[in-house]
Design a protein. Structure first.
Length: 170
């Protein structure tokens, strides 16, 4: 069996589409989870996943409530580029998806649960559900309660230090 990394982008997408069309997660050459992770690994991101994960952890440690905002992360990586509503939100969503894949690859808590909007400083119901769904699709044991899953990840993420983050080669 060849390596998943040898597949072309369109081949990965075709396999994902076939799984979803059949309502399956296993049965092909690679499980859906592995294909989705590979797709995320290949997705270009403005912020390197490990560096963004480190920034999330270090910034959350410096905040009073253990949270960090999208805007704070944006300014940390692009201090001279203003936030551009939908475009910046899309870029951040892409980068945070890559961080989730990084966390899954390295068996880390889902660190993105620490990233919130500036007001109010909490995850929306949609954000909780999105993190839960994305984690589940990537093979994480999420249980049956999205809020409980995210809260458990928050506690684990707050206990993690940025020094504990492995490089992509580890």
């Amino acid at each position: 069996m060849g390596r998943i990394t040898d597949l072309k982008d369109h081949e990965v997408q075709n396999m994902i589409d076939r799984y979803r069309g059949a309502g399956l997660v296993e049965g092909g050459k690679y499980p859906l989870r592995d294909l989705l992770l590979e797709q995320l690994r290949r997705k270009p991101a403005l912020f390197p996943p490990r560096e963004l994960a480190r920034k999330i952890i270090s910034s959350s440690r410096q905040s009073k409530d253990g949270l960090v905002t999208y805007g704070e992360l944006w300014k940390a990586f692009l201090p001279h580029r203003p936030w551009e509503a939908n475009n910046s939100r899309r870029i951040m969503a892409n980068a945070l998806s890559r961080v989730i894949a990084y966390c899954v690859d390295h068996r880390l808590p889902i660190i993105t649960v620490l990233v919130v909007r500036q007001s109010p400083r909490l995850l929306s119901g949609d954000a909780i559900q999105n993190i839960y769904d994305e984690s589940r699709q990537l093979g994480v044991d999420v249980g049956h309660d999205s809020a409980a899953f995210v809260e458990g990840q928050r506690i684990k993420a707050l206990a993690l230090s940025d020094a504990e983050l492995p490089s992509d080669g580890e």
